[in-house]
Design a binder for this molecule. Sequence first.
Ligand code: SAH
Length: 362
Amino acid sequence: MDAAAKALAPGAVVNVRGEDGRGFGTGYFNPKSLIAVRLLAEDCDTVIDQSFFAERLARALKLRDGLYVKPFYRLIHAEGDHLPGLVIDRFGDTLTVQIGTAGMEKQRGPILAALDQLLFPATVILRGDAPSRMLEGLDSYVETVKGKGHRIAVEENGARYIADLTEGQKTGWYYDQRDNRAFIAQFAKGKSVLDAYSYTGGFGILAAAAGARETVCLDSSAPALALAEESARANNVKIKAVKADVFEELERLIGLNEKFDIVLADPPPFVKSKRDLEPGAKAYRKLARLAAQVTAPDGILMLASCSHNIPSDRFAAECAQGLLRAGRRGRLIRQAGAGPDHPVHPLLPESAYLKALVYALD
Ligand code: SAH
């Protein structure tokens, strides 16, 4: 880092060159961030403006148009869509935009203009409140830049969910588990279901709609559970919302010898940084053990991790240890990640952050 580089404003658009002068492309630079440069284009001197973003957005849109009948999906998945630092979720004519870096924050104007040009959204909500923004020296804000209203109905897998796009977590809804929700729902008819870390009931409500006999949504967030109950009413199904810490509640259920036919555990990231790997891995192992203990004989167990800092083989090994310690034998019947609206950058394995393992237990 020379004096000229240090003098650049955070987020400045730069050319990246090797010492031999060879060009690596156009990116944006932040002297305050551990990731100093993120590449936007393979060519140097690429003009980063509205038409640059419109072209990237059009390509992202084309992929989703081929995948989904209804316009409910993650539209831009950062590096996966070659737009590092930018996440956009689409809910019909409403968009939530998450800007995560100083480089993208500087491009806010052209990004919003390109969205208007391509999609004519009625409502655009900027969720600039991810804690990781601090690492980029950015402040925290939530702002409705277009339209009004922040409670919408998400249509997914034939169910309707109520989401709060300004008050809810992240962009308000987790599209990443869509395909895993559908997979689990196949087993639900006539079964009892424990949806641990349910948030607003993404798994539980679909299972109930698929005919589950009893569905418990377990989360520590009262507002998330209130939305789950609203969504249950919107789908004419019943759920039981339980506000508790998952580890404590699982220990309590084990003490009572209560079991469920289907158990899912989709916790917040236990490995937030590389430093947390060992304690986080241990927490996944313990969760696997406890969740297996409340799964009925011949039951289905899904264990998930959204930590990009734990490799998938390590996560699978911890889950296997957890099952072993619970004294349960299982057959792994699905190893999945997020849906195809969360593309993975082929050179960036961390962009495959979500891991979901589904076991049929004996
Ligand atoms: N499965 C959900 C997403 C889960 S996100 C879906 O399909 O949409 C993780 C959830 O864990 C959040 O809703 C958060 O409120 C909850 N959570 C975090 N720590 C918790 C704890 N210790 N006990 C219970 N829930 C917790």
